[in-house]
Design a protein around this ligand. Structure first.
Ligand SMILES: [Zn+2]
Length: 446
């Protein structure tokens, strides 16, 4: 490939662009894509006209704030309307080479189309993340993600284009995956954080020592928040003797839109592809960079289905201060999904806050279940945990400790803490765990 394997950057010029240059590029791409969307996607023509805005109104990046938002519901409502690809699509079907769909976990699955150019740029971005975490052509890589319709499936092509030896694992049963780890000695793997942890435990129970019997040096995790929770990342790193990197993707955009660098302080987002805004969860008002709110993404270069001011439903913030790694693209910190957030005594609580506390406590396994319910017109939460079999304390003492730790970190105590023996919680599932039971009847649609 002629690329210098000693360079820390996949594309040094792009990744270290001075902020001013980066914003200049963003503005040119924004003007082009908004015009393209207006000219070719029936939905945008209608909604811009109704809002009284036109593409030529964009003279600077902040002019985008005059344009209307879209969200998941917009995607659902326009899908299949007028054509197979629907009213948000801006190219004819013959220009589309790939579609992925969302999991449908919050309603009808939505479809994300890519032109050949969209797809190639998607994979170049994925190569950039793989390179960023230190993957090089001499690595062996297992892509242990779902290939069925999922946008993360094709990311393996990004690793191949980088020159790594790729093993298209998919969602294998853990026995098969452990066999691959032992026989082929891969050095990098990508899976979900809960599965990385469970696979490590399974390996230990099957008589393997992941640190000695396997060669895994780097673990990529995505799909759940664990990779950004220090205590969870450390727990996985301790089992494997490997470094864990968190990636963040959206079915509507790329398998990974953002990734941690070696400093693990937020995830660099591809700002050449995505313009990030942060807005108030309730009012949609623009918040200054650095403040926490709902992340709103505009895709700057995806032509098959441009997303102009897409409310992601993810709560977080963007940090555009310089990173020690030298990359100038901002770093996002994600707190959780808007629909997972709940408010107890006027405090915003995310399941990820609870997970962080539970994973840091001694004498418990780290498995947990959170139940969110309504009582007296307010939300409450209850937590179930597992006590280690060698923990001499009685259940009441363990429950008190966990309750006090949650109160100290989050500000509000759980309504109850139920203590189970080791293995007593049925939360160890393959690949993606169900750890939150939401019994509320309030409408949290986005
Ligand atoms: Zn960095």
């Amino acid at each position: 490939m002629g690329r210098n394997v000693n360079s820390k950057y996949w594309d040094e010029e792009l990744e270290t662009l001075p902020r001013e240059e980066l914003e200049k590029r963003q503005l040119a791409d924004l003007q082009e894509i908004v015009q393209f969307a207006y000219d070719h996607a029936p939905y945008y023509k209608r909604s811009f006209d109704e809002a009284g805005v036109k593409p030529s109104d964009i003279k600077q990046l902040s002019d985008l704030q005059k344009f209307p938002f879209i969200n998941k519901k917009t995607q659902r409502d326009t899908q299949g309307v007028g054509s197979f690809l629907g009213e948000l699509a801006a190219v004819p079907e013959e220009d589309v080479v790939f579609i992925s769909t969302s999991s449908g976990s919050t309603g009808v699955p939505t479809m994300s189309p890519f032109t050949k150019k969209d797809f190639d740029e998607f994979q170049d971005t994925e190569s950039r993340w793989f390179w960023q975490i230190g993957m090089r052509p001499n690595d062996r890589y297992v892509h242990a993600l779902n290939f069925s319709l999922y946008v993360g499936g094709p990311d393996v092509i990004g690793a191949q284009n980088l020159g790594a030896l790729c093993i298209w694992g998919g969602t294998l049963p853990s026995e098969r995956l452990l066999f691959i780890l032992k026989t082929y000695q891969p050095t990098v793997i990508w899976t979900s954080p809960s599965y990385a942890w469970q696979l490590g435990e399974k390996a230990l129970k099957s008589g393997y020592d992941p640190k000695k019997d396997f060669s895994i040096k780097k673990i990529i995790v995505a799909g759940e928040l664990g990779g950004s929770i220090d205590a969870t990342r450390k727990a996985i790193e301790d089992i494997w003797g490997a470094e864990v990197f968190d990636f963040y993707g959206l079915s509507d955009i790329f398998g990974a839109c953002a990734a941690q660098c070696e400093y693990h302080d937020g995830l660099h987002i591809a700002e050449n592809h995505i313009l990030v805004e942060t807005v108030d969860i309730h009012t949609g008002e623009i918040l200054p960079p650095g403040e926490t709110g709902e992340l709103v993404f505009t895709t700057l270069r995806k032509h098959a289905r441009p997303l102009i001011r897409f409310r992601t439903g993810d709560i977080g913030r963007i940090d555009r201060t310089p990173c020690k790694c030298g990359r100038t693209h901002g770093r996002i910190h994600i707190l959780g999904r808007k629909d997972d957030m709940f408010i107890v005594s006027a405090v915003n609580v995310f399941p990820s806050d609870i997970e962080a506390v539970i994973r840091e406590q001694h004498g418990i396994t780290g498995e947990y279940l959170i139940r969110i319910f309504e009582k007296d017109f307010t939300s409450k939460y209850a937590v179930e945990i597992e006590k280690n079999s060698d923990n001499p304390k009685d259940d009441a003492a363990v429950a008190d400790e966990v309750s006090a730790a949650l109160k100290a970190r989050i500000g509000v105590k759980p309504a109850s803490v139920i203590v189970h023996p080791d293995g007593g919680l049925n939360t160890r599932s393959e690949h993606k765990s169900k750890r939150i039971i939401d019994e509320r009847k309030l409408d949290y649609s986005i």
